[in-house]
Write a protein that binds this ligand. Structure first.
Ligand code: DGY
Length: 319
């Protein structure tokens, strides 16, 4: 008899057919206030669970007595209780690699948009306020040749370094657990301490995962170390930053600007002080959100699930 997979993210017809050839599939819409409850009710029959962007804690999964595998359509796994899954022997998989370049593109879009004030000035044009030639009050700051500081030198960090080094002639400094000689060589990059990176970089970009160790890694002390004209970019997770401290640093112009794709709470509250600030470019967690990449991620998640249900080692097993 076929195993049962509960989907909480829609798949394209092609990928759905691929999964259905292997398993019985039920889709659960988890949007809205009743979403979690609908998922809870579907869980007792599930051998596999495939989706993203939902906190799957021990409480929710307690009723999933037959669960063998969770396949996340994301590279980040901060929505899962890793210790609980491990203790129950449930396989967890993710979708690395396929989103690396797209997410780095988002990072660099934020670098450029924040430095050149693209959103603020495009809004001025759209509002009919471009009534005379712009002057120094609207000038941005250069990107090329400036120092790019990357916190977290994983795949996405490397792809960002590639853009900065080869495309924009930027000196690269980075902070990660340990130096990466291949990165140093390829991008003429330097591994430095976190404090030193904050003191030297013109652009500080966060690309590291959210874990107990990285939660609120960047707070008031770290913003105080940053250069007055520096720009802060976050494409990792909002909770890596103390958002109140970030707001403070931006309001007081302690730092110049920020490009933010992720927030402490998502969706971002429309009344957030961040949205009152001209020096903030805010996007709705679009890191990997292109048609091509989201399809590639879903394909990867389906392949992971099929392998796990067959008892094979999935290509992207986290644990
Ligand atoms: C991920 O894959 O973790 C991203 O944040 C989703 O875009």
């Amino acid at each position: 008899m076929k195993k049962h997979v509960v989907l909480y993210k829609k798949l394209s017809p092609e990928l759905l057919a691929r999964l259905q050839a292997e398993a019985q599939v039920t889709f659960v819409d988890t949007t809205g206030p009743e979403g979690r409850e609908r998922l809870r009710q579907a869980l007792p029959q599930a051998h596999g669970l495939l989706g993203a962007s939902l906190k799957l804690d021990a409480n929710l999964l307690a009723g999933a007595s037959q669960l063998q595998a969770v396949s996340s359509v994301s590279v980040g796994v901060d929505n899962y209780d890793l210790a609980y899954l491990k203790q129950r022997g449930i396989v967890l998989t993710n979708t690395p690699d396929v989103l690396t370049q797209t997410t780095a593109d988002t990072g660099f879009a934020l670098v450029l948009a924040a430095a050149r004030r693209v959103v603020e000035l495009a809004t001025l044009v759209r509002n009919g306020e471009w009534t005379k030639n712009i002057g120094p009050a609207q000038f941005g700051t250069d990107v090329h040749g400036k120092t790019l500081g990357i916190i977290g030198m994983g795949r996405i960090g490397e792809a960002l370094a590639q853009r900065g080094h080869f495309g924009f002639d930027m000196p690269i400094i980075y902070n990660s657990h340990s130096p990466k000689p291949a990165v140093d060589q390829r991008f003429n990059a330097r591994h430095v301490s976190l404090d030193s990176l904050l003191q030297q970089a013109d652009f500080v970009c966060l690309t590291l995962p959210l874990t107990a160790e990285t939660e609120k890694l960047i707070g008031a002390r770290q913003f105080a170390l940053m250069r007055p004209g520096s720009i802060f970019i976050n494409i990792s997770r909002g909770k890596v930053v103390d958002e109140a401290a970030l707001i403070n640093a931006l309001q007081s112009r302690q730092i110049r600007a920020a490009g933010l794709d992720v927030f402490e709470r998502e969706p971002l509250d429309p009344h957030s002080p961040l949205l009152q600030l001209d020096n903030v470019v805010a996007t709705p967690h679009i890191g990997s959100a292109t048609e091509e990449t989201r399809e590639a991620m879903a394909r990867c998640a389906v392949d992971n699930m099929i392998a796990a249900l067959r008892g094979e080692t999935p290509p992207n097993r986290v644990q």
